[in-house]
Design a binder for this molecule. Sequence first.
Ligand code: PMT
Length: 395
Amino acid sequence: MLSGKTILIGITGGIAAYKICELIRQLKKSNANVKVICTPNALNFVTKLTLQNLSQNDVAVEEFNIKEWKPEHISLADEADIMLIAPATANTISKIAYGIADNLLTSVACAFSKKMIIAPAMNCNMWNNDAVKNNIKTLRSRGIEILEPENGFLACGYFGKGRLCSIKKIFDAVIENIKYSQLLSGKKVVITSGGTIEDIDPVRYISNYSSGKMGFALANSAKQMGAEVVLITTKDFDAPYKIIKVKSALDMQNALDYEFSTSDIIIMAAAVADYRVKEYSDQKRKKTSNQTITLELVENPDILKGLCEKRQNSQKKPLIIGFCAESENLIENAKTKISKKGCDYLIANDISRTDIGFGSENNEVTILDKNGGMKRLEKASKSVIARQILEYIDE
Ligand code: PMT
């Protein structure tokens, strides 16, 4: 299962560091290529020579020292399929949560854009510290998998939750994530995100509250699942995949038409304006003496519906997933919408709530499929929701 895969293991300064030797042995037995980065403190608990012999690779250990700094070490982040940090101390967890990169391990973690798994180990009182809990929550919200510590006798003489979880649990998590990182390999996933911008004149426009985060989370998850990703968005995002920046619904439609014939999955998470102004004014519209002005709007094309119709007569038959933003009668309206649009799935979310939907870090959705099936995804971060949506439609 792991042949051809590179597992990057970051070891920090905790007594459980010695246990990672057994993990390396098991990963090598599964034909993985294992590379190890240690913090200097980790070498107080396990020797570099042992790790080198077990991993059969050089072990990287560096204070952040400009004269020795070898930028190619960042290539460790590029060549690894998964990064595992175990044991992870409270110190390293906090640094990663805040993007601090003051040694090789935290620098590579900062540069790492694929799946990361963290297995914390520390004194139980540290694990219960609010700051540590908040940092763990932050990391989870970014889609980082946390393998919680277990209860037991701790090296510091306490009994409580802080022991590194079992090596088997870490090994199984690596296997599971390698499988996950291949779920969409060989597939091209095109995702739209953000509210379209319908210009009125050079100064004014019509838009909506969509931040683009839901679509961006879907694009990131699809990337982590091994897909070729194209994000068509009205917002400014940086990402290790193709991004097409658009403004209006017509721009978005053009970009989708261009990508359609090579797409395997299309996900319409964008908030597309149903109308645009009938006549754009090249000059800023002057205020008149009248109390009211009239803005004549014309209908924008229903892009999602158009894609489903186009698919009927095209050779390429991508899976098409729409979203449904409703402020009332969510499921009823979604049921009507999925049959009207003709898509395979419709992701319904209630945009009248402030804790989910537009602009929020979280979402809560119900996935409807064209055969009448429904799956509810409880409120979670958009990156977790995105992963669950992609896993569900890929079943
Ligand atoms: O971007 P965020 O701030 O993260 O918020 C996420 C979101 C709430 C925007 C997202 O989860 C969402 O619901 N996106 C769809 C918003 C929307 O336009 O829903 P709708 O019910 O109005 O449209 C239904 C579907 O048709 C959508 O897939 C939409 O992209 C598509 N559509 C709509 C109008 C149109 N003219 N053409 C379309 O293709």
